[in-house]
Design a binder for this molecule. Structure first.
Ligand code: ZN
Length: 505
């Protein structure tokens, strides 16, 4: 067989192999969905075996040397179109990531994560950081080995390798100035809001909101936001999430609290934002990396966009508030739109990240980012983590956790050795503000459209500008294609200034 012929066969062979990996991942997703949504408690043991076998099968295929050969042949195939070349580039990226980490290290991290997670659950319950600390230290040290195996750009730091797993191409050098500026913006905004004397009555959101009515309203939201219910479903789970089993099967979960309306309400809008992205990935490339979301930051930019930029805006509620009142005639009987809008936009520093408002949320992320960076630069040891946590919370948010359970132990991420993930939440918030600024330029009458319930304009714009490209372009390039510039925190600053009528920063 001459080399030309080999190349011609290589691309279809690559696609076949990628489809197989994708199919295994889809099966894992179904199994994972079942585990979190409908599996009975005693199913745990068998389920662990199902998941472990699927993970092994997937890893074997991802690291198959024949896949490496196939990628090599494709790289030399001059006849591929630019899109096909992008597909090969992204498949190569995945292959390199999967093969660079020694199998022994992968196993060690995965085993320790399961153990550490269980210890963390107990440690958080008993407010006992010292019992979790040795496992966390070990996880940090294994992730350092992983970073060394993955490598990072010249002049960079090991933490870059971890960032890159969630936000391809992101480096400390690039995001440091963005985070510093966001910290300044947020602290200034917080000061301004404090001085403004705003005192929204949040208690109206803590009245009795029957769960069945909340669920019905969530389903109405799905329709209003053009989530394709023929290609997904909504269920309840302890931790809300979105899972893409395939482009035409994107499921979401939410959770409701009878005495806290925003939990289920904004949880549903948030996950719908994620799902709209997954449902609009390029179907023609289904089963390949090109039909995957670009990064966690981009993913979060979609959920935050719908949750905050749209879902916490006045025009959105001009349209929906009369409908909401019909679902909750008792609780909202004498509540006006302005009071409701003020309540869902109340800003108050607090110690728990997942309960934070859209202004203080970024400060929670900055605390975690700075601590992770210090851990991986050997500037901070795990035993000093609680003190460092509390001191940053005091400096940035002006609040100090009463104990480690509501401080350094509050998040699940570190318990499973996930480092480098938190920053993507902040990037998502900034991207979302940048998308909205651009969308407003394209549609100067946007608020009017939203107020009459036209959310299709927004959805189609996101489909066209972001979703349909999948992983075709690197993040910085897609950001430039969408908005004419790379990520710029000033859009977020302007958003806060306008929304909260602030002038002094
Ligand atoms: Zn999210």
């Amino acid at each position: 067989m001459n080399s030309n012929h080999k190349q011609q066969k290589a691309y279809p062979e690559l696609i076949r192999r990628l489809h197989e990996i994708h199919t295994l991942r889809g099966i894992s997703a179904v199994v994972g969905w079942d585990e979190q949504v409908s599996m009975p408690p005693k199913g745990n043991e068998a389920r662990a075996k199902h998941s472990a076998l699927l993970a092994t099968l997937e890893h074997d295929r991802q690291t198959d040397p024949a896949l490496g050969e196939c990628l090599k042949a494709c790289a030399n195939d001059g006849k591929l179109s630019p899109v096909q070349q992008a597909l090969v580039r992204e498949a190569r990226r995945d292959y390199d990531k999967a093969t660079k980490i020694p199998g022994e290290l992968v196993r060690e991290i995965s085993e320790l994560s399961v153990k550490a997670h269980a210890v963390w659950v107990e440690a958080r319950k008993k407010n006992d950081f010292p019992s979790f600390a040795p496992l966390l230290s070990r996880l940090v040290s294994l992730r350092k080995q992983e970073a060394a195996a993955l490598g990072y750009p010249k002049g960079g730091v090991p933490y870059d390798a971890l960032l890159d797993q969630f936000e391809p191409g992101a480096t400390v050098r690039e995001i440091d100035p963005i985070f510093t500026r966001t910290r300044e913006i947020t602290i200034a905004a917080l000061r301004g809001i404090g001085k403004s004397g705003r005192k929204p009555d949040v208690s109206i959101l803590k009245r009795r909101f029957p769960i069945e009515a909340q669920e019905k309203f969530s389903r109405l939201l799905l329709d209003v936001l053009h989530y394709d219910q023929q290609a997904g479903r909504l269920e309840r789970s302890v931790h809300p999430f979105t899972t893409g089993i395939g482009i035409q099967d994107v499921r979401i979960t939410t959770r409701y609290e009878e005495r806290w309306l925003p939990g289920g309400l904004f949880g549903t809008i948030h996950e719908t934002g994620h799902a709209l992205y997954e449902q609009a990935l390029p179907l023609a490339y289904a089963g390949t990396p090109l039909a995957e979301a670009l990064s966690m930051g981009f993913h979060e930019s979609q959920s935050r966009f719908w949750e905050n930029q749209v879902g916490r805006s006045l025009p959105f509620w001009k349209f929906l508030f009369p409908r909401l009142k019909r679902f909750f005639p008792e609780a909202l009987a004498r509540v006006g739109l302005d009071d409701f809008y003020a309540a869902i936009n109340a800003v108050r520093p607090s110690v728990i990240r997942v309960e934070a408002d859209e202004v203080t949320y970024n400060l929670h992320i900055i605390v975690r980012y700075e601590l992770e960076k210090a851990l991986f630069a050997n500037d901070l040891s795990v035993k000093d983590l609680p003190a460092a946590w509390n001191s940053k919370m005091k400096d940035y948010l002006g609040v100090v956790p009463r104990n480690d359970a509501e401080g350094v132990l509050q998040d699940i991420h570190w318990s499973s050795g996930s480092f480098g993930y938190f920053p993507t939440y902040l990037l998502g918030n900034l991207y979302a503000a940048q998308w909205m600024a651009t969308l407003r330029k394209d549609f100067p009458d946007l608020d009017k459209r939203l107020a009459r319930g036209d959310f299709l304009t927004v959805k189609k714009w996101l489909n066209e500008k972001i979703h349909r490209h999948g992983r075709r372009y690197p993040a910085a390039e897609l950001c430039r294609r969408v908005s004419g510039e790379t990520l710029n925190p000033e859009h977020f600053a302007k958003y806060l200034k306008t929304k909260f009528e602030l002038s002094d920063f």
